[in-house]
Design a protein. Sequence first.
Length: 174
Amino acid sequence: MWHILIAKETIFVDLGIYMEEFVAMDDFDRKICALVQRDNQRTHASIGAEIGLSEGAVRRRLKALRAQGVIERDVAILRQSEGGVRLIVTLSFGNESPESYQALDDQLAQLPEVLQSYHVSGSVDYVLIVQGPNVEWYEDWSKEHLMANPDIQRFTTHVVWSCKKFETAIPLTG
């Protein structure tokens, strides 16, 4: 059973095991987030003109959304072709334990070439997005970081030939 507690503008959902925090967003916040996900270089005035708020109101809302962690960071997204080869790696553990998962999480967090790391359900335990200069580099990298890990039973690598869709914007519903 879920218990929902509302404290000011933050919603806490008690899932029985842990308390999850959600920031309550209104329609203006969702519209602002939808716009800045597509182009975070837009001026506050242009956002306000499109959604019906003043420049100052947009600025205050963006500041609050950043402070609350709804907007984690502002970044520039580069073309994949500028950075060598992209690889999708799935891996499975032979010896599963919370300690082995944490050790891998800690290791991956220190590797800048691992762009994304997902702990997933299903027939594999992790999916990684890795970026490197070439496949020869990846062979050496995988020996050092994946084959050398005794907890990893198997990994499979897929070379990305081309990207057909890449979207970072999260759909927001009211």
